[in-house]
Design a protein around this ligand. Structure first.
Ligand SMILES: Nc1ncnc2c1ncn2[C@@H]1O[C@H](COP(=O)(O)OP(=O)(O)O)[C@@H](O)[C@H]1O
Ligand SMILES: [Mg+2]
Length: 466
């Protein structure tokens, strides 16, 4: 079972500072502080280090003009990083190169701050690095131990991995278990055979994670189905020894496909995304879920979450393989969501679903589209041996290889995939009465789901959800 690696050929477009700014403003106000045949799933789905924000061309609002102004500034920064003029400040031009590779000298930090506040109202000429710091509520990268206190570092356990990140659990200040996704950025050293993400590319994941996390507090369209993002840090330094110990334990017990992250130098940058602990991914849940009743609830919860995000954000996940759906147990018997202002409830069957990993996802915020152009990533579309790989090709067929536009049927394709996987999983209580009926119900779902144009339509019309 080998992880799908993806080509580096797809074009990377600029991430727009204005969206970023807009989102961080919103978030300042909102955020507070768990083998049978056909189960031979590749360990990881496609891991793309590509991100792009593509501007929609329908200007209407004040926001648009603000955003558009910021885009043009941002593009200028990208195109001429070393010639950007900063009036009335004598700052090193290097401060505004993209990416920013070294921490700012202390005497310049205050100037940067002044500059930041000076131009914030006019959509500052921020570099990608600065936009990331801004998202993290930081002025510059911090040492590891300032972001993760030593006693929390000692408690960390590695719980997952992808090509670009290692994921550890630990506890936060309130004693809750959290998941730390740690992604090296901007360095020249290859990690797991891939180039490191740039600050610009990491903004894609940050922006989408923030948007989806905030759906839990929305009035019209509300869901807890996307993993909660608690906190965000940018750190600089070698990989902490406690994390390396946790990395080794995981490697001894489960075996890692990644390189041991001990080769980073002290000038290496990392982004730490602190997520709610979402449980165990479905790839590691074969034989552990109670029954097909749970499978049905998982499909219901995933469909509802996707529908809510479709309505609110024109969201497509585009990579919803088993490694990106988490489940954890709950005592609550029902879960709720709000779709276009109407509250609904559904049975949990003792599990809560959390969707993660937005590397390929697409959404819209205020007429701007955040998407990932994978049109030239041939490797992604060449996979064989699992239905997962077929889905990438089916998505491409439907959108004609244009990854900007909204095609919510891609969400339906992933529901079809998930249903086929859930039908072929082993369950703890696989005997029992009612199992035959449930299997027939899920099989009907599998046979009919593709006719719906979106997760929203499936949620509203599919007999299994009524
Ligand atoms: N919030 C979380 N709670 C529990 N486990 C998680 C969480 N986030 C990630 N994981 C685990 O880490 C793995 C990799 O995380 P993911 O975000 O999918 O990274 P990648 O983008 O590299 O695939 C997941 O498949 C899952 O097993
Ligand atoms: Mg993943």
């Amino acid at each position: 079972m080998s992880r799908a690696r993806t080509a580096q050929s797809a074009s990377v477009k600029a991430v727009d500072s204005s969206i970023n700014e807009l989102i961080s403003t919103q978030h300042k106000q909102q955020t507070e502080h768990g083998v049978p045949m056909n189960f031979a799933t590749p360990v990881k789905g496609s891991q793309l280090n590509l991100s792009s924000l593509l501007a929609d061309l329908t200007p209407r609002t004040y926001t648009w003009s603000r955003l558009k102004a910021a885009i043009s500034v941002h593009r200028k920064v990208l195109l001429t990083p070393r010639t950007l003029e900063v009036s009335n400040l004598d700052m090193s031009q290097d401060l505004f190169t993209t990416p920013l590779r070294t921490p700012l000298p202390k005497h310049l930090r205050s100037q940067l701050l002044r500059h930041d506040s000076l131009v914030a109202g006019e959509n500052a000429d921020l570099s990608d690095a600065e936009k990331v710091y801004h998202e993290c509520d930081q002025q510059c990268p911090l040492p590891w131990e300032e972001c993760i206190l030593p006693h929390r570092m000692k408690r960390c356990v590695k719980i997952g991995e992808g090509t670009f990140g290692e994921v550890f659990s630990t506890t936060n200040a309130s004693g809750d278990t959290v998941a730390l996704k740690i992604i090296p950025v901007e360095g020249t050293k290859k990690v797991n055979g891939e180039d490191q993400k740039t600050f610009g590319e990491i903004l894609h994941e940050i922006i989408i994670s923030k948007e989806l996390s905030s759906l839990k507090g929305k009035q019209q369209n509300q869901t807890c189905g996307f993993i909660g993002l608690n906190d965000l840090h940018c750190v600089q330094g070698c990989y902490p020894p406690d994390f390396l110990k946790a990395w080794d334990r995981f490697d001894q017990q489960k075996g890692s496909e990644n390189d041991r992250p001990d080769f980073f130098e002290k000038d290496q940058f990392f982004i730490i995304l602190e997520f709610e602990f979402g449980g165990i991914d479905l790839e590691n849940s074969n034989g552990t879920l109670a029954s097909l009743g749970v499978a049905k609830s998982i499909l219901h919860q995933v469909t509802a979450a996707l529908a809510v995000a479709e309505q609110e954000l024109h969201f497509e996940h585009r990579d919803l393989h088993l490694g990106n759906v988490l489940v954890k147990t709950t005592k609550e018997t029902t879960g709720s969501f709000i779709l276009n202002g109407t509250a609904h409830s559904m049975e949990t069957k003792g599990v809560l679903v959390r969707i993660i990993d937005y590397s390929l996802s697409r959404l819209e915020i205020d007429e701007l589209t955040v998407s990932c152009d994978i049109s030239k990533d041939e490797e992604l579309f060449m996979g064989q041996g699992d239905y997962q790989f077929e889905i990438y090709r089916l998505m491409r067929k439907e959108n004609g290889n244009d990854w900007t536009d909204y095609h919510p049927h891609t969400n339906v394709l992933w529901l079809h995939y998930l249903c086929s996987k859930l039908l072929s999983m082993k369950y703890r209580g696989s005997g029992g009465r009612g199992v035959k009926v449930l299997r027939e119900e899920l099989t009907r779902f599998y046979d009919n789901i593709l006719q719906y144009s979106s997760a929203t339509e499936a949620l509203q019309n599919c007999p299994m959800f009524q």
